[in-house]
Write a protein that binds this ligand. Structure first.
Ligand SMILES: NC(=O)C1=CN([C@@H]2O[C@H](COP(=O)(O)OP(=O)(O)OC[C@H]3O[C@@H](n4cnc5c(N)ncnc54)[C@H](OP(=O)(O)O)[C@@H]3O)[C@@H](O)[C@H]2O)C=CC1
Ligand SMILES: O=C(O)[C@H](O)COP(=O)(O)O
Length: 460
């Protein structure tokens, strides 16, 4: 159970502590942030609202710890990461329980997130010892006008203090995807977890604590992003920011100083369907891609661009599958669970109502109870509707009927987003040409967008 057993140190009465200088601490602010369970809409957990002074101390400790960590042999860094990965996987159950309660992730997916995170940490350690173990020797006479009278030795060095800010939908996995690479490369790391998901992240950090990393090397400060976010991202002690989330990333990139930024932001992942596609495969992937974790994945299918000739058939097949999805609480492993917050549900509803006013065809009746929104396919969506362009991050999927492949590619490329996409056709030549024309980081052929396996490149 969360906050008990090996995790007892993380909890102080009713409030989860923050992690600084190798210790679990209560904030001097005396203030806490409530984490509301999306299903019950009651406060489930509380975390510390850390102060600016506490952030300063964490940054100072991170700077000191990083200097000696950078001198720690690579194999030893890897050894500790492997240990943390094993501890994380060993304690998957209580961490998954937090994911269920904080972000309404279906129970089985919550366990997968933790296991996948442990595997990712181990994989990073493995890759790190190879990649970081290599350097380069350059000789001068390969550049015009030079004799062979100079040699250059280059190797990779750490950046310093890395600030990691993950989003709510993968608070453990998208935290370790930053922590693992930062640590193996000799950096220290300050984590600001998302408020929804903070307790799962604190438990994950405790696994690193139990593995025995040096004091101050990893820390985790909690508080609302809107309150401590700017102080963190503009902090002079930060040497790199690794952020995953929505438009907040755009604001951060404008405020952050001269530090490297790694930004993974939103997606409006387009699914282009041609007439010759295997339509059962399309329907299965539209449902899996569009509705798993209730559409709250940056890689979720977020707009279906389908050739008119096969649209009726696919819509019918998708509707038949949607009718079979289980809607309800994450504890019951339902396919569709409540979206993360009431404001998210309101935002999704706004997109749905806009589409309704502008004449979209509702394939199901719109139904919402609290944060729980029933799966909804919107057919005959047109470009003047907000849902054609905006990311609902919910179980609501627009279908735009197209008359040519070019029309589909044009819509895909006119979007502000460019994360992932997919194309369905039996003609591999066409598939490759369309993938190439889509201005998206990754395009899957005859399969729904997805990040994994986690060692695949994932970028825009
Ligand atoms: N490309 C990718 O790899 C992925 C992208 N995403 C995108 O993330 C979004 C959903 O996640 P969501 O959590 O709602 O995203 P947000 O952008 O709202 O929040 C992301 C993180 O930023 C923090 N934050 C908020 N304000 C600030 C600030 N001023 N300064 C610094 N940090 C701040 C949040 O903390 P707090 O919770 O306390 O507000 C949270 O930890 C979607 O757009 C989705 O597409 C999601 C997963 C993967
Ligand atoms: O946040 C996201 O959506 C993830 O980065 C995508 O991961 P997934 O494709 O494995 O769900």
């Amino acid at each position: 159970m969360a906050g008990t057993g090996v995790f007892a140190d993380v909890l102080d009465g009713e409030v989860y502590k923050y992690y600084a200088d190798g210790e679990w601490r209560a904030s001097a602010s005396g203030k806490t942030v409530a984490i509301v369970n999306p299903t019950t809409r009651q406060t489930q957990y509380r975390v510390q609202a850390c102060t600016q002074e506490e952030v300063n101390k964490v940054m100072d400790a991170a700077k000191v710890a990083q200097k000696s960590w950078a001198r720690t042999p690579l194999w030893k860094r890897a050894e500790l990461l492997h240990k943390a990965a094993a501890i994380l996987k060993e304690h998957k159950t209580p961490i998954a329980e937090c994911l269920v309660k904080e972000i309404a992730k279906p129970a089985k997916d919550a366990v997968s997130e933790v296991v996948r995170s442990g595997d990712l940490v181990s994989y990073t350690a493995e890759e790190g010892v190879r990649i970081l173990g290599e350097g380069k020797l350059l000789v001068s006479d390969s550049f015009p006008g030079n004799e062979r009278n100079k040699y250059c030795l280059s190797s990779k060095v750490p950046l310093g203090v890395v600030l990691a800010i993950p989003p709510f939908n993968y608070p453990v996995n998208l935290a370790v995807s930053k922590i693992g690479p930062a640590l193996i490369a000799g950096n220290s790391l300050v984590l600001k977890p998302p408020t929804q998901g903070a307790v799962a992240a604190l438990h994950m950090v405790h696994c690193f604590h139990l593995a025995g990393f040096p004091k101050g090397l990893i820390s985790c400060v909690t508080g609302k992003g809107s309150e401590i976010g700017d102080f963190l991202t503009m902090h002079p002690g930060v040497n790199c920011i690794s952020f995953t989330g929505g438009d907040t990333g755009i604001a951060i990139s404008k405020k952050a100083g001269m530090v490297p930024l790694q930004m993974e932001l939103g997606g409006k992942d387009a699914c282009i369907v041609l007439e010759d596609a295997d339509l059962d495969l399309v329907a299965a992937n539209v449902v899996k891609g569009g509705f798993s974790y209730s559409g709250q994945r940056c890689t979720a299918v977020k707009v279906v661009l389908i050739m008119e000739a096969v649209a009726d058939t696919v819509v019918e097949k998708v509707n038949a599958k949607l009718a079979k999805l289980k809607v309800g609480p994450p504890e019951d492993d339902c396919d569709i669970t409540p979206v993360v917050t009431e404001s998210s549900a309101n935002f999704i509803e706004g997109l749905v109502m806009d589409a309704k006013e502008k004449g979209a065809t509702f394939c199901q009746e719109y139904r919402r109870e609290g944060n729980l929104i029933w799966p909804l396919l919107l057919d005959h969506v047109r470009p003047d509707m907000r849902i054609a362009w905006e990311e609902p991050f919910g179980p609501v999927l627009p279908v735009i009927r197209i008359n040519s492949v070019e029309e589909g590619i044009h819509h895909c490329n006119a979007s502000n987003f460019g994360l992932q996409g997919c194309v369905f056709t039996r003609d591999i030549n066409k598939a490759i040409m369309i993938s190439d024309a889509m201005e998206s980081g990754t395009v899957q052929i005859n399969s729904a967008p997805a990040r994994g396996p986690d060692h695949f490149p994932f970028q825009v």
